[in-house]
Ligand binder design. Structure first.
Ligand SMILES: Cc1cc2nc3c(=O)[nH]c(=O)nc-3n(C[C@H](O)[C@H](O)[C@H](O)COP(=O)(O)OP(=O)(O)OC[C@H]3O[C@@H](n4cnc5c(N)ncnc54)[C@H](O)[C@@H]3O)c2cc1C
Length: 276
């Protein structure tokens, strides 16, 4: 087993191009979970990104916050400006695992791990985040809402790394994220939903209810058109077309569908005149 330890981004991209079989590792909090089985089954090489300072920065631009892919949840929690400008980032960060995971897990790892249960991804998607992907030959920007192609499938080339996450700085009328798990910490999400509204423009993004974290276009239209909603049962049929929950060890499809409709209803009830 070889562990590559690049000192900077150029070197990391060089290793990525020459050794696409080496698995990038940032905080290791996802990869580490399967470490013993993985080492036995496929002892591969590693590209350790922890020494790449360029992706550990957090930069305020005129119109966006750029989170380096290697920034941790804790970097976000302790940044004084983020709670005011993009409060859902802090809310999601505080709901990830517990403080040990928040201190080590990265936003880039959460995105590329591509778990349907990822808690960082819904809030990033509700803020219309755009991913910066880089290879030795150039870079591209991909909206996060277009990044996932299916379960654990994504638009990331074998020679690319996720280097940054651009989050537009906008004024929202409403920002909200809720996570349902079996405990208040160290709980993988059974149902989660992030919502933002700017005038009539809504983003409703759910996790743990489809093969990928996903926007809910039916509910977004319902809210934009101000159609009446007088209980969770008015949201449920619309959500049924937006999401596709499954039974697994954490929950059942039925629980997920019902709880998503309820959580969303209660979250929206005081915010929208048409949700009564
Ligand atoms: C006890 C525990 C509790 C947890 N609780 C939660 C929770 O509540 N909510 C939640 O969402 N997650 C949770 N997680 C999962 C995990 O902590 C997060 O997903 C975290 O953000 C992963 O980041 P990482 O840097 O540790 O990723 P890593 O494990 O280092 O990598 C994850 C994946 O991303 C790839 N990768 C990482 N960085 C890059 C990059 N820059 N470019 C390309 N590929 C890259 C890796 O190759 C790998 O496929 C938990 C994990 C543990 C162990």
């Amino acid at each position: 087993m070889t562990v590559y330890l690049p000192a900077d981004l150029d070197e990391a991209l060089d290793v990525r191009a020459r050794h696409p079989e080496a698995t990038p590792i940032a905080g290791g909090t996802d990869l580490g979970v399967h470490w013993p089985q993985r080492m036995a089954a496929e002892p591969g090489d590693w590209l350790d990104l922890s020494g790449v300072a360029e992706i550990r920065t957090l930069a305020w631009k005129d119109d966006a916050l750029v989170l380096g892919a290697g920034t941790t949840y804790w970097d976000v929690i302790r940044n004084p400006g983020i709670a005011e400008a993009l409060p859902l980032l802090v809310r999601a960060a505080r709901l990830v695992g517990a403080v040990q995971i928040q201190a080590r897990g990265t936003w880039g790892g959460n995105v590329v791990n591509a778990s349907p249960a990822a808690d960082g991804v819904p809030v990033l998607m509700a803020y219309d985040a755009v991913l910066e992907l880089r290879s030795r030959v150039g870079s591209s920007l991909v909206p996060l809402s277009e990044f996932y192609l299916g379960y654990k499938q994504m638009r990331l080339g074998p020679d690319e790394l996720l280097t940054g996450i651009h989050i537009p700085l906008r004024t929202y009328d409403f920002e909200w994220f809720e996570k349902v798990g079996s405990r208040s910490a160290q709980a993988i999400t059974k149902v989660g939903v992030a919502v933002t509204r700017r005038a009539a423009e809504w983003r409703v993004v759910a996790n743990s209810v489809a093969p990928t974290v996903c926007r809910c276009p039916g509910v977004e239209s319902l809210l934009a058109e101000e159609r009446p909603v007088s209980g969770p049962s008015d949201l449920a049929p619309v959500l049924a077309a937006d999401v596709s929950p499954i039974d697994d060890i954490r929950s059942t499809a039925r629980y997920r569908a019902e709880v998503l409709a309820r959580v969303l209803y209660w979250g929206l009830r005081d915010e929208c005149p048409n949700v009564t």
